[in-house]
Design a protein around this ligand. Sequence first.
Ligand SMILES: NC(=O)C1=CN([C@@H]2O[C@H](COP(=O)(O)OP(=O)(O)OC[C@H]3O[C@@H](n4cnc5c(N)ncnc54)[C@H](OP(=O)(O)O)[C@@H]3O)[C@@H](O)[C@H]2O)[C@@H](O)CC1
Ligand SMILES: Nc1ncnc2c1ncn2[C@@H]1O[C@H](COP(=O)(O)OP(=O)(O)O)[C@@H](O)[C@H]1O
Length: 512
Amino acid sequence: MPSYYPAALVKRADESLIRALAPGVPMRRAAFGLAQVVLRELRDHAGGAVGQKVWLVVGVGDNGADALWAGAFLKRRGVDVRALLLNPRRAHPAGLAAFRRAGGKFVDDVPDAPAPFGGGPGRGVVVDGVVGLSGKGPLRGHAAEIFSRPSGHRVVAVDLPSGVDPDTGAVAGPAVTADVTVAMGVFKQAHALNPGRCGRLELVDIGYPEAGFGPLGVLDGARGLTALGQERLAALLPAPGPGDDKYTQGVLGVVAGSPTYPGAGALCASGALATTSGMVRAVGPGAKALVAVHPELVVSEDVESTGRVNAWVLGPGADESTRALLLRALATDLPVVADASALRLVPDAIKRRSAPTVVTPHEREFEAFAGRPVGADRAAAAAALATECGATVLLKGHVTIIAEPGGQVLVNIAGNSWAATAGSGDVLSGMIGALLASAAAEHAAPVAAAIHSRAAALAAGAEPGAPITASALAARIPDAIRSARASGLARRTPSVRAAGRTGDGNAIGSYP
Ligand SMILES: NC(=O)C1=CN([C@@H]2O[C@H](COP(=O)(O)OP(=O)(O)OC[C@H]3O[C@@H](n4cnc5c(N)ncnc54)[C@H](OP(=O)(O)O)[C@@H]3O)[C@@H](O)[C@H]2O)[C@@H](O)CC1
Ligand SMILES: Nc1ncnc2c1ncn2[C@@H]1O[C@H](COP(=O)(O)OP(=O)(O)O)[C@@H](O)[C@H]1O
């Protein structure tokens, strides 16, 4: 079951839900859930709810109606709620009537909170009810003006931050940056693809059956993006058993580092060594320098004289002197991770492969390798390249997209940005390689990405964290694996109502 759905499917599912329940029931549940979140925000950031201010910025659709119904609930709880109707003639009639009946007031603007922007009196909540599932393009007119200036209030988005594309998460102009986004019923793709605009995620149960969508049908078998979750991650992490030795867990060959870039090779090897208790072989002109840093590596001169390996990592820190070696490894029928210099030096040989291949570009490498920029729809761009090349494409970033050649797309939401440091990609490719050589080969890329983000968080330390090096990240891989295995074992299946973004935001799923 995916966890993040395309908007068109959710609209159809909402229609089925309305038919299955009494009309208005899903929306009243949505509004009640929204009101609860706003009350919590007021208590946490404005010192209480009674008498505190909430501004509803209301568009013309059901998203605005959610805001108005929530405003009516809040008014009855003693909150001072005011609605700004962006288009008064087209505002949702029933929502408007409910808000009026509750004694809500109407305003023409949202005043800024008194400076400084600390918590306490004067600071309220602005509810973004401009657009939700049917939103297209940037915010316009008055809505653009309101949400473009930092008002000092907390911003709570209804379902989706307006101005953010519901399916791609792309922003093409003015858009809401929410502190909290209250998703109705199910998460949409933008919740995974643009966490920076969504802020904290809350999910409201509007009546979908908890154990799936069978009775409603519409979302059954749907494609979207699905959270990997702690239990799944823990289950996918390999661990040696009583019958294992260093060979049976998978042997990885690494062609990384060179006289020009010795450091990248060392970092790649550190990622690989920390992710498997099997064996890592270093091959090529950079190998001798690597063994000086990592004595566990088994070194050889070239691909032919290397003992048996189960997978290759090719490219981090490689230079022109490794080209022939890269081509020989690519010519084998073993699984390969092609990263960094390999993508630049031997792109055609990578694209020609029929054996399992993972390419791991960041956006600039993607453009050079694919011959076109990533564009606004990162998931679709990665999916298209994966289909074209018949390879797994791991597009790096805060949200890492992992697209499989068969159309499945996996997503890892880092949850923190400390991994944005030189060399951390080299560590990642080593990690993927180690898993690709192991029994966990099928999910090597998303599992490695999830552990990589977790290791970065551990290296950065407790909030608010501190800058890390790629070496520090690699040093925390064992802790990341240990904690992932432990929390997966401890965690029970979360209920829909309790679910929010998972701590590390790891997701695995498919793209239409
Ligand atoms: N039905 C239910 O029971 C439930 C519904 N739910 C809620 O309904 C929401 C979906 O509501 P919705 O489909 O009515 O559309 P919505 O997103 O409010 O857009 C309205 C109109 O705005 C316009 N517009 C588009 N882009 C724009 C822009 N950039 N700037 C300005 N205007 C723009 C465009 O109209 P147009 O201008 O094209 O005429 C569009 O049709 C969903 O997200 C959830 O919150 C939940 O409570 C669950 C139960
Ligand atoms: N803003 C960010 N938040 C979280 N992770 C990030 C961010 N930017 C980059 N990363 C991660 O850091 C790593 C950087 O890889 P890459 O760009 O190849 O660096 P290098 O080439 O220096 O090793 C990738 O795993 C990527 O997903």
